[in-house]
Write a protein that binds this ligand. Structure first.
Ligand code: FNR
Length: 175
C-alpha cells in the first residue's frame, strides 16, 4: 500500500531553498511513499471572517481535503523574524476554521532551512505551538534545522550535503 504525505512549503520564492529540499523527498524517503505538494499558497487571501461567511476559498477547501486524505504532513519552511512566514500562518488560520479539522490527529514533521546558522530553529517552536492548538501529532525527533542552506543546495536546487540527506531520510522514515 502506498503512504501519501502532503507537503507544505512556507516560501513562495522561485529559488527557495526550502522548496528545493521538498523536491528531494521522493529520492530520500523509504519506498512506497508518495508526496503531494500543496501548491498555490500565494493565492490564499488574507484571512477574513467576512470572506469565510460567504464560503471558504476553493484553494483552502482543496488543501483541507488533501490533508485529510493524506497519512501525514511535512512542513518545510523558512524562518522570518524568528517566526514562521505570514503566508504560512495565514494558510493555517484558514485551515483551522474548517470542519472536520484537517490536522486533528494527523502525524506531522517539521523541517526548516535558513541561510543563517540556527537553521530556522526559532520558527520551529512557533510552528509546533500553532500545531498543538490544531491538534496535530508533531514528530519530536529527529529535528531538522538546515543551517547555512546556501552551502548545501546547489544553484540547480540539488541538496548536496550528505549529512542533511541522511537526516531527512531518517525523519521521513520515523514519520
Ligand atoms: C529572513 N531570513 C531569516 N533567517 C533566519 O535564520 N532567521 C530569521 O529570523 C530570518 N528572518 C528573515 C525575514 C525575512 C522577511 C526574510 C525575507 C528572510 C533569511 C532566510 O533564512 C532566507 O531568506 C532563506 O533563504 C529563506 O528561505 P527560502 O525562501 O530560500 O526557502
Amino acid at each position: 500500500d502506498t503512504i501519501s504525505i502532503a507537503v507544505i512549503c512556507g516560501s513562495l520564492r522561485q529559488g527557495s531553498f526550502n522548496a528545493a529540499i521538498a523536491r528531494e523527498f521522493s529520492t530520500l524517503a523509504p519506498t512506497g511513499i508518495s508526496f503531494h505538494p500543496l501548491d498555490g499558497m500565494e493565492s490564499i487571501p488574507h484571512y477574513n471572517a467576512d470572506i469565510q461567511s460567504q464560503g471558504c476559498p476553493a484553494i483552502v477547501l482543496d488543501w483541507a481535503e488533501i490533508i485529510r486524505s493524506s497519512d501525514a504532513v511535512v512542513f518545510v519552511t523558512p524562518e522570518y523574524n524568528y517566526s514562521i512566514p505570514g503566508v504560512l500562518k495565514n494558510a493555517l488560520d484558514w485551515l483551522s476554521r474548517l470542519s472536520p479539522p484537517p490536522f486533528s490527529g494527523k502525524p506531522v514533521a517539521i523541517q526548516t532551512a535558513s541561510v543563517g546558522m540556527l537553521g530556522g530553529a526559532r520558527a520551529q517552536y512557533h510552528l509546533r505551538q500553532v500545531l498543538l492548538y490544531l491538534d496535530a501529532l508533531v514528530l519530536n525527533k529527529p529535528e531538522i534545522m538546515i543551517a547555512d542552506a546556501a552551502s548545501k543546495i546547489s544553484p540547480q536546487g540539488e541538496l548536496t550535503d550528505d549529512t542533511t540527506r541522511r537526516l531527512i531520510a531518517e525523519q521521513l522514515a520515523a514519520l
